[in-house]
Design a protein around this ligand. Sequence first.
Ligand code: THU
Length: 143
Amino acid sequence: MSEPVGRDDLERLLRAAQEGIAHAYAPYSGFPVGAAVLTVAGEVFAGCNVENAAYPLGLCAEAAALGSMVSTVGHRRLRAALVLIARPARAWPCGGCRQRLQEFMEAQAMVYAAGLGLEPVGVPFAQLLPWAFGGQDLAEPMT
Ligand code: THU
């Protein structure tokens, strides 16, 4: 069963995503994004989108947050992730970032979307990426 994240942890995630979005580099889209991830051990890591004049090379905020986690403490299981946009609306992780999150999230981990002045809304990860491809698919089949 998925358990929503407690109020304190949700606020930690939101604050981290706010710090992230403050550093967003989005001169081409004008769409700053902040993201934060919460490990099962309670650590929080933030990221922001980092665009590039060669558009496809731009990095999503979730990818930056995951990179921050792995490069700081190594790979961890995630309890939750939060995506914050700078508008009074909510946006959910793009398809590529759902796959990136799947590397570190179980089906019951929570993903939150938050926007300016809006309460975060959360869904279990399995709802965002059912039938996900993952490391288990690379394992050798039993003979
Ligand atoms: N973006 C993210 O950072 N995360 C997402 O999940 C969706 C999109 C960024 C990429 C680009 O810099 C901008 O939002 C507009 O697509």
